[in-house]
Design a protein around this ligand. Structure first.
Ligand SMILES: Nc1ncnc2c1ncn2[C@@H]1O[C@H](COP(=O)(O)OP(=O)(O)OP(=O)(O)O)[C@@H](O)[C@H]1O
Length: 439
């Protein structure tokens, strides 16, 4: 009888351990909530003071405080750690809000994130400045980017589209009003098109005009034709389209002038022209030329894009440029245009130089992280934030068919913009039972 009990207990324990191991891999959210969170919370509470001390995140108490401790409370003078204001568990981690004592600044905590991560055994720690003197430690319990699941609340709104998941479990939003012009870089198969798909899927649901420039004959963007106000599939059309956008920018400035507004968002809704997002699929196609005769066209496109990047924010024309590399090797005007594209998303790159092209001027500390994105994690990237920081992100997987379906569903949102009418793409009738060729 006793043998049976021991056997049952042993098998029960083994299956429970097996179940937990399985859950840790297959259902990390559940595992985190049941096991990881209580363990991390306990470890954090138990070791908070000593960890902050060894990580150099404490300060010596003020003279009065030290005097009171020594003479009134009759205890040893302790260094002062940031005061815990709030601890909030989440389905992916633990958030701790800290008030910094005088003498510590957010940069000190940011510099210690690696040490804190190891001390509390979590996957990542990110520091967010909530307000002067208060920071939030965002701990992530497990690798949320292994299988991306966007938070349910993340939906397109205003001019912001949730395009990817940050490694702290929050949604990364592409917000055109905060960061009007952006550049996405990455090697072949790094996930640039997937990023654009997520973007188009979100933008399609907003009242904006979408303008595509896909000079690879439109292989990627033509599937989104029902929702596009304009599409250029060769450099000649792209040049004409860029000219038209510059002319529209000038007309819109006249409109702002007339109403004494500094940008379109100050205009009353009935007068406000529809915002326009210009999506350039591969920037090199617009820069590189094979014949001398094409030089004028190239100059036209580059000049127009630089003007739009410099000024069009106020009139609600935004640029979203994508490419494998974007450096001076593309020719005159490339670095000038790049400097205007302040939002940066850098996927896996083939060399450090490309990562530097994307990040060195805006977030130099992010370059090493961009250089080590593994090839077996497509869609992973380093992205700059509107507040000047950066984070690691990964897009959710979405098929081109799904995005094309969204574009069809929201076709009615295509704004009436006569200046784009000549560039409106032909919308093919949906094929019946045709096999899908998309990746
Ligand atoms: N977030 C993701 N999760 C899983 N798989 C992804 C993700 N992003 C991209 N992939 C896969 O990686 C492959 C390459 O993706 P994608 O076409 O977006 O890369 P790309 O950088 O645009 O490549 P290219 O420059 O060659 O067009 C595709 O098979 C795609 O399904």
């Amino acid at each position: 009888m006793a043998d049976w009990t021991v056997w049952l207990e042993a098998t029960g324990a083994a299956s429970a351990a097996g179940g937990l191991g399985y859950a840790k891999y297959r259902a990390p959210r559940v595992y985190w909530s049941l096991v990881g969170l209580p363990a991390t919370w306990g470890r954090f509470s138990y070791s908070y003071r000593s960890t902050m001390d060894v990580c150099g995140l404490t300060v010596q108490p003020s003279g009065l405080r030290a005097f009171m401790a020594r003479n009134v409370a009759r205890r040893e003078v302790q260094p002062v750690a940031p005061k815990i204001r709030r601890i909030r568990p989440t389905s992916t981690g633990l958030r701790v809000s800290l008030r910094l004592p005088a003498g510590l600044e957010p940069a000190d905590v940011i510099a210690s994130t690696e040490r804190l991560r190891h001390a509390w055994g979590v996957h990542a720690v990110r520091v967010v400045v909530v307000k002067p003197g208060v920071v939030e430690l965002r701990m992530t319990g497990y690798d949320v980017l292994r299988r991306v699941r966007m938070p349910r609340k993340a939906q397109p709104h205003d001019m912001a589209v949730p395009v990817a998941l940050r490694d702290d479990g929050t949604a990364f939003e592409r917000d055109y009003r905060k960061v009007p012009m952006a550049l996405t870089l990455g090697a072949n198969f790094s996930g640039k098109s997937m990023y654009q798909r997520n973007l188009i899927n979100g933008l399609a649901q907003l009242p904006v005009a979408l303008v595509g420039m896909d000079c690879k004959r439109g292989v990627e963007q033509s599937a989104y034709a029902p929702r596009l106000s304009a599409l250029a599939t060769n450099p000649d059309d792209a040049a004409s389209l860029a000219d038209v956008l510059v002319a529209e920018m000038e007309d819109r400035f006249d409109l702002l002038n007339l109403h004494g507004a500094s940008d379109i968002w100050e205009l009353p809704e009935d007068l406000r022209p529809a915002p326009v997002v210009v999506l350039v699929d591969e920037i090199a196609e617009l820069f590189l030329i094979s014949r001398k005769e094409d030089e004028d066209r190239r100059t036209r496109i580059v000049t127009a894009l630089i003007r739009l990047a410099q000024m069009a924010r106020a009139v609600g024309i935004y640029l979203e440029i994508c490419g494998q590399r974007f450096g001076s090797d593309l020719g005159k005007g490339a670095t000038m245009l790049r400097a205007q594209l302040t939002g940066r998303v850098v996927h896996r790159v083939n060399d450090k130089e490309t990562a530097e092209m994307g990040l060195k001027d805006v977030a130099p500390t992010a370059v090493p992280t961009a250089c080590v994105i593994p090839a077996n994690r497509p869609g992973t990237a380093v992205a700059t934030d509107a507040d000047g920081g950066w984070c690691k992100i990964r897009t959710p997987q979405i098929s081109r068919d799904k995005v094309a379906a969204t574009c069809r569903d929201f076709e009615h949102l295509v704004p009436d913009l006569p200046f784009l009418a000549p560039f409106r793409p032909h919308v093919p009738a949906p094929a019946v039972d045709a096999p899908s060729l998309v990746k």
